[in-house]
Design a protein around this ligand. Structure first.
Ligand code: ANZ
Length: 796
């Protein structure tokens, strides 16, 4: 028996595939409508190190679907590139004392080689890197377009500041425990002038259109998006203050207005400074110094002792007319709602604790023990408040604008020039890209201002408007900006005249299936959705959502734990590939579990996968060595298994149950082996049909083995270009089904019957069955209920 050498097979087919290039996506076929399109996208990697087990998993899973869609007649676009700007490269570069570009592009080459060896069906002609000037030129262009629309602006505000990375962080990059997503340091606040994207302009639509994604996106991600956007219905209510503008609050419980016995303003909101009585100003100052030390998460924690100070002013409760004190505290956040609340200590826990601590009055509005129709009462309260002219019903979102400025080097420069005369001036389009200055040998260590400030020649420019001396903006963009639109750039990655071709976007968009890690479930997806809606409103595309279907894969773990250096349980992808071969590793990852579940590497067997692949491969040898032997007549039982497998595989693939497809393929291999060894023999045409089907199904997961089988079966490469097997419906019909016979509701017998048996025949067969006769035991049959072909119910 010839042994199948995985590594030799890999080396044999790689150059063939490169020559055949079967995965290049044909724009013309889609533009003309000649073929239906399928745009499959999987998240592109950061070029930090070589590919790892997580990449291997997501890429293997995604490849199954893309290869399948190609078989089904779709023109498939499956591109890959690198998210190559950002902190990981910059930090590694600082550590190794080299330029981020050196590190980045060396890693990209390493990863590219690994990707190729891994046998994925990417269209490499569309490869892109977000750190290439030909890419970030258009990132900068998009920034300017958004600014033109009023969707990019600068403001001075307290920002999340990582004292370790010395950089600003978006809210999304601060973990639930108030630490930096990247380095774990406790995040503090700092006042800075920063660039923002106005994501809040789309809050309502970003929230509402989740309804349309409900069925095609994995549920937990839809929920994560909903929670992040955080839609609350309620009312704005205004409270008059003598000698001052009224205080406006956002409340979800306008029905409790009569119980609002005091107000609380965020201690760090401007409003607190404006309201405070002169004799309380110093107290506020002292309190504020304390508040600045704590994170938003701490401030909102319910179990935290309440702190605050009386601002020495009062406001009028518009419903009771009573004068109520106004306090400042840290449990009210400056940038949520209006930064001020009406406190209802009887019905809100935090207000309650605050009132107890400071001896403020507590007035119940209703008896919490009694039934209370909250929704109705809220509507009624809103109507009353509106009638009184003290406010109106409103919707509030937790979503904040997206802070995109970074004081780091390795990112796309913000294409703005600051002129003492003309203010903010956009870099003219024909001067894009604003290329990063090389800064060789410069100190990139974070200092709180951008290292680009040191590039004097680069910074000092003439103002495009007045020609006077001006300076470039020295901040770079958050890398999430780069990845918010990369799926557009894949459509024409080398187009030097535009970010993307609207005709191609119309033809290929939106992305039909997106697979990626759940760590990007909130941020990246939300930002890509925001960009898409903004581009639509600029008239550049005609669709509303970027990703029609979204799935996040599970994690590859080991011995029940996330792979980590400290646990020493990491599994190196390279070593696995060396030991078992690409196909065995891919098959193991796809077979291990449904795509969304974690895979414990301790529970799977790449050696078992390799063995199975050998078994499958041997079928092709048996078929060809049988040439010259008398052909059979087409073993009916095997043909049925084959056709049923293809039929089921299609349904399973359409619903992403890739692991079950592998299981069915294994069953088909077993059935074929049995037919060869102890059935119709290898020369029977049914065996060839089965072996060819195995090759096609296997090509979704184990392309090398499949290609090798396909060749041995006498076909030209590539199996990826083969036709998907046509299912003969006649072969799907079951020969028999099991009918259950019940007596007094208890199962007393089972019969194998024809699926189209008549009710009368089934009844007769049931009453004649020996087990049933015995169970009836001579009693009179009073009634027989027949549901052909599955059930007979006998009452005695
Ligand atoms: C009075 C009231 C009575 C409230 C009651 C709640 C219960 P969500 O659902 O998260 O939107 N609030 C408003 N602005 C705030 C801020 N900047 N910082 C902290 N808390 C703030 O929550 C809205 C509710 O949270 C609002 O409704 C307000 O308290 C509080 F029995 O008003 B409520």
């Amino acid at each position: 028996e010839v042994h199948y050498d995985a590594h030799a097979v890999e080396e044999k087919w790689l150059p063939v595939w490169e020559r055949l290039d079967p995965f290049r996506a044909d724009d013309a076929a889609v533009l003309t409508g000649e073929k239906p399109k399928f745009y499959g996208l999987t998240m592109f990697p950061y070029p930090s190190g070589d590919l790892h087990m997580g990449h291997a998993e997501v890429m293997a899973l995604h490849d199954v679907l893309c290869r399948y869609k190609r078989f089904r007649g779709f023109e498939v676009l499956n591109p890959m590139g690198w998210d190559s700007f950002g902190l990981p490269a910059e930090n590694a570069a600082i550590k190794n004392d080299e330029h981020p570009a050196t590190y980045t592009y060396a890693n990209i080459e390493t990863q590219f080689t690994s990707f190729q060896k891994y046998g994925l069906s990417f269209d490499w002609s569309r490869r892109l890197h977000t750190s290439d000037p030909e890419y970030y030129k258009w990132t900068q262009w998009l920034f300017l377009k958004l600014r033109e629309q009023g969707l990019a602006y600068r403001k001075n505000s307290p920002v999340n500041w990582c004292p370790n990375d010395q950089t600003v962080l978006a809210n999304e990059q601060v973990l639930a425990d108030g630490t930096c997503e990247r380095c774990g340091a406790v995040v503090t606040k700092k006042e800075l002038t920063q660039w923002y994207f106005r994501t809040t302009a789309y809050a309502q639509e970003l929230y509402d259109s989740l309804d349309d994604l409900q069925d095609s996106w994995i549920a937990k991600v839809v929920n994560a998006q909903r929670n992040w956007i955080g839609r609350s219905e309620g009312a704005h209510v205004t409270f008059d203050v003598a000698g001052h503008d009224p205080i406006k609050v956002f409340t979800t419980r306008p029905d409790t207005l009569v119980g609002a016995t005091f107000m609380v303003v965020a201690a760090d909101a401007k409003l607190a400074q404006e309201l405070v009585a002169p004799e309380r100003a110093q107290a506020l100052e002292d309190y504020l110094a304390e508040v600045r030390k704590s994170s938003d998460i701490d401030r909102l924690a319910t179990d935290r002792p309440k702190t605050g100070i009386d601002l020495g002013v009062t406001a009028t409760n518009p419903l009771t007319g009573e004068e109520i004190p106004v306090w400042a505290a840290d449990y009210v956040l400056a940038d949520y709602g209006t930064g001020a609340i009406m406190a209802v200590p009887a019905h809100d826990d935090r207000d309650g604790e605050f009132a107890e601590k400071f001896g403020l009055p507590i007035v119940p509005v209703y008896d919490a023990e009694q039934p209370y129709d909250k929704a109705a009462e809220v509507s009624r309260a809103i109507a009353a408040i509106e009638a009184s002219g003290h406010g109106e019903g409103t919707v509030n979102f937790r979503l904040r604008d997206w802070l995109l400025s970074r004081q780091r080097y390795w990112g796309a420069p913000i294409p703005i020039i600051h002129c003492p005369v003309d203010g903010e001036v956009p870099v003219p389009e024909d001067q894009l890209p604003v290329e990063l200055p090389e800064l060789r040998g410069a100190d990139l260590k974070p200092k709180g201002t951008s290292p680009l400030g040191a590039a004097t020649e680069w910074v000092n420019v003439t103002c495009p408007t007045c020609g006077g001396p001006a300076t470039r903006d020295t901040d770079t963009m958050d890398t999430f900006v780069d990845s918010s639109w990369y799926f557009f750039r894949y459509l024409s990655p080398h187009d030097s005249t535009q970010a993307f071709d609207p005709a191609l976007a119309k033809a290929w968009g939106p992305v039909d299936f997106y697979l990626g890690g759940s760590e990007h479930a909130v941020l990246h997806l939300l930002y890509a959705r925001f960009f898409t809606k903004a581009l639509r409103d600029m008239g550049l595309i005609d669709w509303d959502e970027p990703f029609s279907a979204y799935l996040s894969q599970g994690t590859v773990i080991n011995n029940g734990h996330k792979m980590s250096k400290s646990l020493g349980n990491g599994v190196a992808l390279g070593a696995q590939l060396d030991e078992f071969g690409v196909d065995a590793v891919r098959l193991t990852l796809v077979f291990a579990s449904p795509p969304e579940d974690n895979i414990d590497w301790a529970d799977v067997s790449p050696a078992g996968s390799a063995k199975f692949l050998q078994r499958a491969w041997r079928l092709s040898g048996d078929v060809t060595s049988a040439v010259g032997v008398d052909p059979g007549t087409g073993d009916a039982a095997l043909r049925k298994v084959t056709h049923k497998t293809v039929h089921e595989a299609a349904q399973l693939l359409d619903t992403y149950r890739f692991n079950v497809v592998v299981a069915r393929t294994m069953e088909l291999v077993n059935a074929t082996r049995k037919a060869i060894d102890s059935g119709c023999g290898p020369a029977d045409p049914a065996v060839r049909e089965a072996a060819e089907t195995v090759a096609i199904l296997l090509s979704l997961v184990a392309p090398y083995t499949a290609e090798e089988m396909w060749e041995r079966l006498g076909h030209e490469p590539s199996v990826a270009q083969a036709a998907w097997p046509t299912v003969d419906p006649a072969l799907l019909v079951e020969d028999s089904v099991t009918a259950v016979v019940q007596i007094q509701g208890k199962v007393r017998g089972r019969l194998e019957v024809a699926p189209d048996i008549s009710e009368a025949d089934l009844e007769a067969a049931a009453l004649a069955d020996a087990a049933v006769v015995k169970a009836i035991d001579g009693r009179a049959v009073r009634k027989v209920i027949v549901r052909a072909p599955k059930l007979v119910n006998i009452v005695v």
